[in-house]
Structure formats: C-alpha cells, structure tokens
Design a protein around this ligand. Structure first.
Ligand code: AHG
Ligand code: MN
Ligand code: MN
Length: 336
C-alpha cells in the first residue's frame, strides 16, 4: 500500500456516493463486501475438509455444481433476501429469477451474480472469482419480475467482481471509474489499493482458449493470427507485441488484463453460435467495468453494453479489454 491515507471500502463507498444514493445502495455494496470476506474465508480452507469437489448436482447450464458454487450462491442470497434493499435476484446457479420471500419487504434494486466464476479451477487451487451487477427496478407493480432483471448492461448502476487469488480483491464501479481494494486478512477489511484502474497501453496480453480454434469462424481465426503477430502484411502501423495468458477463470483473466493491458476473447463457435460467456452476470458487469476503465467489450459486432437480454442465461460471444484491440476484433469479424 503506497498511499499514506488508509481507506477502507466502507469509508470509500460512503465518501464517494452522492447523498441521493446513500442508504440502501451503500448498504447493498457493504453486504456484497461481507459476502466476499465470508467466501474468501471459506475458500482458504478448501482442500482441508468437506469443501472441495462436486456437489453431485447439475445446474441449469448443464454443468456439474461444485460445493463452493452452492455455498457462494446461497450465501449471496441469504445475505440479501431480507434487507429490504432488493426486489429481485438472478444467479448463474438458479434456473429462475428469485423474488424476495414474504414477509420481507421488497426494495428498489436488482442483484445479478455469478457466485463462483472459474469453477473448474476450484479443486486445483487456481484463482477464481465472483461477479455481480446491480440494477434499479423497472416494474414496481410486482414483487420483482423478469423486466427488472433483463436490462441492458448500460443500465447497470454498479458492477464489480471479487477475485480470490494470491490475495482477495474487491473491484467495483458505480459509474465513477473502477476502484480496487485488497483484503487485509488479519484486520478483515478491504483497503483501497488500486484507485482509478485503467487498461494500460500498449496492451501486452491476449487470453483465449485456443483449443477451440477449429470451431471458430475464419474471421475469428484471422483475428487470432493477428494477435499472434502472424499477419505481418496487415496493419503495420499498429501491431502490438502480445504474449499469451489464459487462466480459464474469466474474472482472473479480466483482472490481469486490466492491470497489464490486453484482450480476453471467447468467440462464437460452429456448434455454440453464442459462445460460452453469459450476458447477464458475466459479460454484462465486466463490460460495464471495462468501459469505466477506458476499455471496451463487444460481441464481435456491437457493444455488449447495448444488448438487452431476452433470457436469464443467455450467452454471448465476448471480446473484452483494451479498446484498440477489441475494435480491431470487430474489424476482422466484419471481414475488413
Ligand atoms: P463458471 O465457472 O462460472 O461456469 O464460468 C466459467 C467460464 C469463465 O470463467 C471462463 O473464462 C470460461 O468458462 C472457461 O471456459 P473454457 O474451459 O471453455 O476455456
Ligand atoms: Mn462464470
Ligand atoms: Mn459460476
């Protein structure tokens, strides 16, 4: 920590919210920070007992649920269902959106989340994360409806992620830049360590699972060649020298690229035309953070920020990171 002024996440949120947003919104962010500490605490013990491994269920995505997926999912719901701040929630791990159980009061915000991102990395001690997005309600007539949940990422009022890595970090934005906090484990507080995060330029990394290369369109393959520096004839003016890094946890790949500069891509595939990344609680919140950090997220043709979901678990091809690289991807994908 270089700053002489020690800033906890609670104080930072309070000091940086306009008066109008204080109260419910501020407390909602505190609750998510509390969930982050509890999940990080649980995770530190992974490997010691009954925490690792599959839970024996398959989720709505057709994926094996891990015990930590379920723990994080239930914790986020239980911390938020009775506070009177939310009117609806949606999670990667649940088929339907969640209403606020009676007799609790409903509130004015909507929480969407991927409780544990990078599940395949849990059992092998590799960085994983949690992603969240917060919307304001749309439909006050009901106790939360799909209209509240299926909003464009551009309508988010806040988004963020928690990274469980060599340290635990809470990174979020409420539309005034992206700010990162590192958990001081002995004190149990998130302290401001990365104010005003921006993608550095020139970028240095590309991140993709190239084992799907044969499944990509020729245009996506061409773009990948360009990233590798194979296409010497094309665009001599701007051809960054990039290196490859792929973790397989979107949060961790995004975070590294945010700190070092780079692009993450999960293109459309022949058998999966929408790719793998989920719009509502993965691509959407990260697209919001990317724009707040001077970057950009695209489905290859248009900004992910402007895609209105029609389904809770809708997938979207995802190109996200430094604006220069993502715009270059769009050029290639248009066949230019
Ligand atoms: P989740 O664990 O929430 O299902 O998400 C996994 C996602 C994302 O984190 C990652 O970038 C991607 O899946 C990795 O997929 P591949 O194993 O196909 O590379
Ligand atoms: Mn995920
Ligand atoms: Mn997940």
């Amino acid at each position: 920590m270089s700053s002489a002024k020690i800033e906890t996440i609670e104080r930072f949120i309070l000091e940086n919210q306009p008066q109008s947003a204080q109260g419910d919104f501020t407390h909602l962010l505190y609750d998510i920070a509390l969930a982050a500490k509890l999940i990080a605490h649980k995770m530190k013990r992974a490997g010691l007992g009954e925490i690792l491994g599959q839970a024996g269920n398959v989720n709505v995505q057709g994926e094996e649920q891990q015990k930590l997926d379920i723990y994080a999912d239930e914790l986020l719901f239980q911390l938020n269902d009775h506070t009177g701040r939310l009117c609806a929630l949606a999670s990667e791990e649940r088929e339907e959106m969640m209403e606020i159980p009676r007799p609790y009061q409903k509130g004015t915000y909507v929480l969407v989340y991927d409780p544990l991102d990078g599940s395949s990395n849990i059992d092998v001690n590799v960085s994983i994360g949690t992603i969240f997005g917060i919307y304001r309600y749309v439909d006050w007539e009901t106790r939360g409806s799909l209209k509240d949940v299926l909003q464009r990422p551009r309508d988010l009022v806040a988004a963020g992620y928690i990274l469980y890595g060599s340290s635990t970090m809470f990174v979020y934005s409420t539309g005034d830049g992206v700010h990162g906090f590192t958990l001081e484990p002995d004190v149990g507080e998130f302290l401001l360590s990365h104010p005003h995060m921006r993608f550095p330029s020139p970028p240095v990394y590309y991140s993709t699972n190239e084992s799907y290369y044969e499944e990509w369109t020729p245009e996506a393959q061409e773009f990948y060649h360009w990233l590798q520096g194979r296409d010497a004839a094309r665009d001599r003016e701007y051809r960054p020298r990039l290196s490859s890094r792929y973790i397989g946890s979107l949060v961790a790949d995004f975070h590294r690229n945010l700190l070092r500069g780079g692009i993450f891509m999960y293109p459309a595939e022949k058998s999966k035309p929408d790719g793998k990344i989920r719009l509502l609680y993965e691509a959407g919140p990260l697209a919001y953070l990317a724009e707040q950090a001077g970057g950009y997220a695209s489905d290859g043709a248009k900004p992910i920020m402007d895609i209105k979901p029609t389904d809770l678990h809708q997938r979207v091809p995802c190109y996200i990171g430094n604006r220069s690289l993502v715009e270059k991807a769009e050029l290639f994908l248009r066949g230019e």
